[in-house]
Design a protein around this ligand. Structure first.
Ligand SMILES: [Zn+2]
Length: 496
């Protein structure tokens, strides 16, 4: 029976967050080794969950090596990365008779002292496993380096945002590895890095221009010669020289020509990645008008993008607009502790705005309080279904603007299970404050009446000129605008 090793180290790193990502963050979110990896991830909507399902379908034995994942936050601690990489490599070395490898890597991880960690993971595994086929699944936000594209035999990038196809991409990576093992051949690969910076809320898969660009990648894949074709818009908040839009094609032949053709299309539509934002007061005013619920998108305080999730600006705006019936989740361990230390209800609490002066000032909440001991929930939605998430202790303040859910741990709004777990019904709310750019659609998109994208403070601002990059490629559109340079890029894509 064919044996395929499974592993990976996965994080979307926001280098603008001062909060480093530590070993403890991986341990708390997802860290599995050996056979436990397979038993823990089988049946989940994760990339390796998809790979395990495909392995069973193709009568291949999945061999768990090591998988570590952490929620998006600041730069990954060097020791945490080196410890996991060493264990992953040791497990691969010790696994007898592997035929191939499937890795779940995010592609936008930034590690202190390791400038290209994903390429380094692949190279280290090659070092012990030699030339066996390696397939890698990547996030939609991967900032892919040429070294990663050279090191891996095939890259399978997510095609959806919200990312609801993670399991499918993991399955695809496994199927392509099986194909390489059986056929004994590898595809020709080509990567084009475009000097193009785009922000999450302009990258929705169902909206222009990504809808058309993903369709163009799909048209390439319709040719049986093409193994993989990806248009990956990248993650603007991971400062590296890999920053930018990636186009990748793996094919039996003409990979470079096909990749350049797709890249030229991306570049031609670059201006369409400018997406509108409104001020907090305008957003709050919209929340008072029917139909409901209105999703107030707190774009910059995107928890799934590494922002803390305690920004209070929209709460103040909702109070000024005399809005009622809102639902908001804030990461506020101190307020949770105060709520749990007190008896009785109602009480007054200053909530949010504690992690960084940028996120404040705190909002003065008051009203009846519901207290919950350690809360965990199972994801039942389309994103990473079957995953258990720990929220820690929770307090819900029934404030005049609505229900404020205060959590001990940061919670990503990728499903509405976290609200159901504490008796909050977002479907019945007038407004939902969602701390994410697009990923909230997997949770609330099915019943939201409309969405308003607000200009708020946080580590993921949608106006990239609010960021001060310490390192990035230059020039990079739209931070640099020069018709002659831009025309030169077009010409190079058409006539290399
Ligand atoms: Zn992503």
């Amino acid at each position: 029976m064919m044996r395929i090793g499974l592993g990976g180290i996965w994080q979307e790193t926001n280098t603008f967050s001062p909060q480093p990502t530590t070993w403890e963050d991986f341990r708390r979110y997802q860290l599995f080794e050996g056979p436990e990896l397979v038993s823990a991830l089988a049946g989940t909507g994760t990339e390796l969950g998809g790979a395990i399902a495909a392995a069973r379908e193709h009568r291949v034995q999945p061999v768990g090596l090591l998988f570590g994942a952490a929620l998006p936050a600041g730069t990954v601690d060097r020791v945490a990365f080196e410890t996991m990489l060493r264990a992953l490599v040791e497990r691969a070395r010790a696994a007898p008779d592997l035929d191939g490898l499937v890795l779940s890597l995010h592609g936008a991880m930034v590690v202190d002292g390791h400038p290209d960690p994903e390429a380094e993971i692949v190279a280290a595994l090659r070092g012990v496993l030699g030339e066996l086929p390696i397939g890698v699944s990547l996030d939609y936000h991967a900032n892919v380096s040429p070294a990663l594209a050279r090191g891996a035999d095939v890259l399978c990038g997510d095609r959806s945002y919200p990312h609801v196809d993670m399991a499918e991409r993991g399955a695809e990576a496994l199927e392509l590895v099986v194909r390489m093992v059986r056929a004994g051949s590898r595809p020709d690969r080509h990567l084009v890095k475009l000097p193009l910076l785009t922000v999450p809320h302009a990258q929705e898969d169902a909206a222009a221009p990504m809808r058309q660009l993903l369709a163009a990648a799909g048209a390439l894949r319709a040719d049986p010669d093409v193994w993989a074709a990806s248009a990956l818009p990248g993650f603007a908040y991971a400062e590296t020289d890999r920053l930018g839009f990636t186009v990748y094609v793996a094919a039996r032949a003409r990979a470079a020509e096909r990749a350049r053709e797709l890249a030229a299309l991306v570049w031609a539509r670059r201006a369409e990645f400018a997406a509108p934002l409104v001020g907090p007061d305008q957003a709050a005013a919209a929340a008072t008008e029917a139909p409901h619920p209105v999703v107030l998108v707190d774009v910059a305080d995107n928890v799934g993008g590494g922002s803390p999730g305690d920004g209070a600006v929209l709460l103040h705006a909702l109070a000024r607009a005399r809005a009622t019936g809102a639902v908001a989740v804030l990461w506020d361990p101190a307020a949770v502790a105060r709520a749990h230390a007190a008896d009785g209800t109602p009480m007054s609490l200053r909530v949010g705005g504690h992690s960084d002066p940028l996120m404040g000032p705190p909002y003065p909440a008051s009203g009846p309080v519901r207290r919950y001991g350690s809360v965990s929930y199972l994801r039942t939605g389309t994103y990473m279904r079957g995953q258990r998430v720990e929220m820690g202790r929770v307090a819900v303040v029934e404030d005049r603007i609505g229900e404020l859910v205060l959590t001990e741990h940061r919670v990503v709004p990728f499903d509405d299970d976290h609200l159901a777990a504490v008796g909050v019904r977002p479907r019945a709310a007038r407004a939902i404050v969602a701390k994410g750019a697009i990923a909230w659609k997997a949770a609330f998109g099915g019943y939201a009446a409309r969405a308003v994208y607000a200009r708020t403070p946080g580590y993921c601002p949608a106006a990239v000129d609010q960021l001060t990059y310490r390192s990035r490629p230059e020039p990079l559109y739209p931070l640099e605008r020069d018709p002659r340079w831009e025309a030169g890029v077009t010409a190079a894509l058409v006539r290399p």
